[in-house]
Design a protein around this ligand. Structure first.
Ligand SMILES: Nc1ncnc2c1ncn2[C@@H]1O[C@H](COP(=O)(O)OP(=O)(O)O)[C@@H](O)[C@H]1O
Ligand SMILES: [Mg+2]
Length: 293
């Protein structure tokens, strides 16, 4: 195991100091935040053993001390992520709890350009071909999760939970904090997710992995229009009303390319008409794209 190099060397004034090192001394955390969400703070960090930059995910457990269900869910992300291996799913490296700070920490692969949402906002002129390549990679990640034994439903797919390596165009699904594994029936029953991206059947508490396909369709819509679907609604109740009565997001009117529009429509169709990730990957929508994997 590597020596812990947390002490700063005065000759080394250009080197970034670690603010924290993991119990084995292998991973060191820098101050800069890659991003944060409802549960995690994610920092830039370094794996001294491999010499690569990594992401240090930190969850404060204090707020959840008395909530067993929530604690179990937080640890579930770690349990699940460590068992997965796919080019389009964030790789998991290590985890530990810090008793002193009462945090759950885990190290994952880092994506250099942050979330797809931020990346798309930063780069406003992107070809349809590039959007198709990003979409195909998200679908490959979903195909892996959905054909996994047992089947995994992500349940919180949106552009802030998809990460981007801008130098290679590689896209990875992350934030499996709400993911569920489901048995043979593929049915799950609790209502959760990000309201704008939640399929209508989710509200009936009887749904399958196809809710991820619906959310993927709205991710593609967001990629195309650079706006979060159902932005016209100012409350969750209004979103719920529109989604459950089959009213499509207004952003659909901004999609000018008929092929893109009909592909999104396929993804957000009612559950019984919605294709699987594997079926969508065979769609002529992706014809003629070179293979980038
Ligand atoms: N591996 C990563 N590489 C780059 N950025 C990341 C990575 N993981 C998380 N982030 C950034 O941190 C944010 C929050 O991470 P996320 O896993 O979605 O946490 P939460 O469960 O709190 O939503 C993301 O939206 C993204 O901007
Ligand atoms: Mg998130």
């Amino acid at each position: 195991m590597v020596a812990c190099v947390v002490k700063s060397d005065p000759l080394d004034k250009d080197a970034e100091p670690f603010v924290e090192v993991d119990p084995t001394g292998r991973y060191g955390r820098y101050t800069d935040l890659l991003g944060s969400g409802a549960t995690k703070k994610v920092y830039r960090a370094f794996d001294q053993e491999e010499g690569i930059e990594v992401a240090w995910n930190q969850i404060k457990l204090r707020g959840f001390a008395d909530n067993e269900v929530m604690l179990d869910r937080l640890f579930a992300e770690v349990r699940l992520l460590r068992s997965l291996k796919n080019d389009n799913i964030i790789s998991f490296y290590n985890w530990w709890t810090d008793e002193k700070d009462n945090t759950l920490n885990f190290i994952t692969e880092v994506c250099t350009s942050g979330s797809l949402r931020d990346y798309r906002k930063k780069h406003r002129h992107v070809s349809i071909k590039a959007l198709k390549k990003w979409s195909r990679q998200i679908l490959r990640g979903l195909e892996y999760l959905h054909t996994h034994e047992p089947c995994i439903i992500h349940r919180d797919l949106n552009c802030s939970n998809v990460f981007m390596n801008g130098n290679s165009g590689q896209v990875k699904i992350g934030d499996l904090g709400l993911a569920a594994t489901v048995g043979k029936s593929h049915a799950a029953h609790s209502i959760l997710g990000t309201p704008e991206f939640m399929a209508p059947e989710l509200y009936d508490e009887d749904y399958t992995e196809l809710i991820d396909i619906y959310a993927f369709g709205l991710c593609l819509l967001e990629m195309v229009t650079m706006e979060i679907p159902y932005m016209e609604c100012d409350s969750i109740a209004k979103i719920y009303k529109k989604v459950t009565s089959g009213v499509k997001p207004l952003a659909m009117n901004k999609v000018k390319d008929p092929q893109v529009k009909s592909f999104i429509e396929k993804c957000i169709a009612k559950q019984s008409d919605r294709p699987s990730a594997s079926q969508l990957l065979q769609d002529p929508f992706f014809d003629g794209l070179d293979d980038d994997q």
